[in-house]
Design a protein around this ligand. Structure first.
Ligand SMILES: *[C@@H]1O[C@H](CO)[C@@H](O)[C@H](O)[C@H]1NC(C)=O
Ligand SMILES: *[C@@H]1O[C@H](CO)[C@@H](O)[C@H](O)[C@H]1NC(C)=O
Ligand SMILES: *[C@@H]1O[C@H](CO)[C@@H](O)[C@H](O)[C@H]1NC(C)=O
Ligand SMILES: *[C@@H]1O[C@H](CO)[C@@H](O)[C@H](O)[C@H]1NC(C)=O
Length: 634
């Protein structure tokens, strides 16, 4: 009796087990990424809970408070490693106290003020920012490549009253100093001595200041909606626009590392500029949030990269597509796989580079993401699917209650007219799954569009209305994406008046303005062309000459070099008899883009940007072949 009932139970168990196995097999075939999706959603849920707790805390718990917590719990842990020196969490705290005191006294700062930082990657960049946080001030992170009018524009468009400049950028600031002083700006240079009238020294003042803690009273008004940093993105009207990152948005960005499983034991390598959100928010603040160590580099160096990683036991690296390609293009070394790097986080990695990177440098988990500082939507490729910038999962589609889960769609884009296609009711047309469309994301309270500082016109331009219903408003990302049947998201192209080159956004109109300032150029039309073996697009300017004028390649080179940062300089100039600036202009541009710099098609005179000769030289078949075969780098 007993044995037969045991047998029955056993049989039942076996059936149940077989059932479970079958269900698991079925789910695995039907939804191969179910487990990872669930895990990811669970992590996001935890992040959401954390943020809800932070949000409720009074006074508001800022990223600075998070940093100060780390200072209390692990004062001696290195936060920054830079050029052979280590700076602990406590060191950074003290340095930032000194800076805060010096700036409060000599810069007359109170909470709510904005200070522009014009310096490269170095520990002081981080201390400055922390010091400003302690005073309840916002920092405007200027791209140190900008000059002249662009610099003035970026300084004033965020309402900054103080400018802090690295010693090596003194000349760039002297050029615009009279205007700055006219605007009653205080300008500090990071040196002990300076003979230029109107430039105040700061290093001596910092050295004199005490490193005692700064009273939280001084930042008592900071809330999650307070502007924390201004980050610049290329604009369509010429000058860069300042995207306002609130305290809340910084918090959101800091969780990228957490979501992808970074722990306090990790060491992150940041060779990307801190004036971009990737390096500053995702890298630096992600590290502070986890209590990690940051190995900071002034600039990316292909020859030092792996040596740095080995020397500092780096476990996480931050990349853009270009840096990964440069690393893959170096001669193979025996030590290629000797390092502790386990994860690479970034964006813009092409499929072929992805494969060659992993086969060459060992199994490193690659986390591509899609995000922009002026956007309200992001994707993360947490599965590691080669070539995809992210993943849309069931959660994201169904629910919009959680952070990072935003209503969005790919809509049909009319390339000839350069705008979204509309149906007979004037509404946009969603693309079927698997086809390329323009990504738009609904503007909601949880996915707000962070406006551009003092630029209502550009803010409005970034919006698209009457998308699926009359009266609705979406953010136009300007990016063409494709989402495959497995819900992986692929970046296809960027539309409109910007393109990416060397990891920077380039605004075509800014270049056009610079070109037409040359006395022999009548009109200019700038666009990006694809070059085999490179990321993004290289700048091409189709220009017409004033009657009776000749193209002067040397003058064009020096004029462009003095007004545009290197990544924005057109690599090619194409001389045309006429440029149509009419209703069909967009179509003309489409045709020009299609022809690229293909010398077998283009019959117009074509010039090539030659750094070493400091001029634009006529393009030859020889140069052309060297470029397309990768022998010549542009
Ligand atoms: C300091 O700033 C306040 C307002 O922010 C202003 O009223 C005052 O005149 C300034 N003082 C100096 C010495 O610049
Ligand atoms: C802080 O906010 C209070 C109340 O809104 C205001 O009265 C005070 O002037 C603010 N302090 C500063 C320094 O902005
Ligand atoms: C890196 O790790 C090795 C072995 O674990 C250790 O001996 C070395 O001190 C570490 N280096 C640094 C800079 O932490
Ligand atoms: C250039 O144009 C020719 C003729 O249309 C075409 O065969 C060739 O593939 C093009 N080259 C490149 C690099 O696109």
């Amino acid at each position: 009796m007993a044995s037969s009932s045991l047998a029955l139970i056993f049989q039942g168990l076996c059936t149940a087990l077989a059932g479970v196995v079958l269900v698991v097999i079925f789910l695995n075939i039907q939804f191969p990424y179910l487990l990872q999706d669930c895990k990811f959603c669970w992590t996001l849920f935890k992040v959401k809970q954390k943020r809800a707790v932070f949000r409720k805390r009074k006074p508001f718990y800022t990223v600075l408070d998070c940093f100060l917590n780390r200072v209390r719990t692990r004062p001696d842990k290195p936060l920054l490693v830079f050029e052979g020196r280590e700076y602990s969490y406590q060191d950074c705290d003290k340095e930032s106290n000194k800076i805060a005191r010096a700036l409060r006294k000599h810069g007359n700062l109170t909470q709510g003020d904005t200070v522009a930082l014009f310096l490269g990657n170095e520990p002081r960049f981080v201390w400055m920012w922390l010091g400003l946080c302690k005073l309840g001030c916002a920092a405007s992170l200027l791209n140190y490549n900008i000059r002249a009018k662009s610099l003035l524009h970026c300084f004033s468009c965020c309402g900054a009253k103080v400018l802090i400049v690295a010693e090596e950028l003194k000349e760039a600031v002297e050029e615009v100093l009279p205007t700055l002083l006219e605007q009653k700006a205080s300008v500090f240079i990071l040196s002990k001595e300076c003979n230029t009238a109107g430039l105040q020294t700061l290093v001596d003042k910092i050295e004199e200041a005490s490193n005692e803690p700064i009273s939280p009273e001084l930042r008592s008004n900071v809330t999650m909606g307070s502007p924390a940093v201004y980050i610049y993105t290329s604009g369509t009207t010429g000058f860069p626009k300042a995207a306002v990152m609130t305290q809340e948005r910084i918090w959101a960005g800091t969780f990228y590392l957490f979501i992808n499983g970074a722990s306090s034991e990790d060491v992150i390598y940041i060779p990307l500029p801190l004036y971009h959100a990737a390096g500053f928010v995702i890298g630096l603040h992600g590290a502070i949030q986890r209590g990690m160590t940051v190995v900071l580099r002034r600039k990316f160096s292909v020859s030092q990269f792996w040596d740095d990683c080995r020397k500092h036991n780096v476990t996480i690296i931050q990349y853009i597509g270009e840096t990964m390609r440069y690393l893959c293009n170096t001669p193979k070394r025996e030590s290629d796989k000797m390092h502790k790097v386990r994860m690479a986080i970034g964006n813009g990695l092409r499929e072929e580079v992805w494969r060659s990177f992993q086969s060459r440098f060992g199994h490193i988990r690659i986390v591509e993401f899609y995000a922009a500082s002026d956007s309200n939507i992001g994707f993360i490729n947490y599965i590691g699917k080669i070539g995809a910038v992210g993943r849309e999962n069931f959660y994201q589609k169904v629910s919009s209650t959680f952070i990072l889960f935003f209503p969005h769609a790919l809509i049909q884009f009319d390339a000839e007219r350069g705008e979204p296609a509309r149906d007979s009711n004037g509404l946009c047309i969603p693309m079927p799954q698997g086809e390329t469309g323009l990504l738009v994301a609904k503007i909601t309270t949880i996915a707000p569009f962070i406006e551009y500082a003092r630029n209502p016109e550009q803010t409005e331009k970034k919006k698209i209305r009457d998308v699926f219903q009359k009266g609705d408003a979406y953010l136009n990302t300007g990016d063409l994406l494709r989402i495959d049947k497995d819900n992986f998201v692929y970046f296809q192209d960027r539309i409109g008046d910007t393109f990416r080159w060397k990891g920077e956004n380039v605004a075509t109109t800014e270049i056009e303005d610079v070109l037409t300032a040359l006395d022999f150029i009548k009109d200019a039309c700038v666009y990006g062309v694809k070059v085999p073996g490179t990321e993004g697009r290289a700048g091409m300017a189709a220009v017409t000459l004033k009657s009776g004028s000749e193209f002067d390649g040397t003058e064009a080179f020096s004029h462009i070099a003095s007004y545009l940062p290197s990544y924005a300089r057109p690599q090619f100039i194409r001389i045309q008899n006429s440029l149509e600036i009419t209703g069909t202009f967009k179509q003309v541009k489409v045709k020009l883009v299609g022809e690229g710099f293909n010398l077998t098609i283009i019959k117009d005179p074509l010039y090539l940007h030659m750094d070493k000769d400091k001029c634009y030289k006529p393009m030859t078949m020889n140069y052309y072949n060297s470029i397309i075969t990768g022998k010549m780098h542009i």
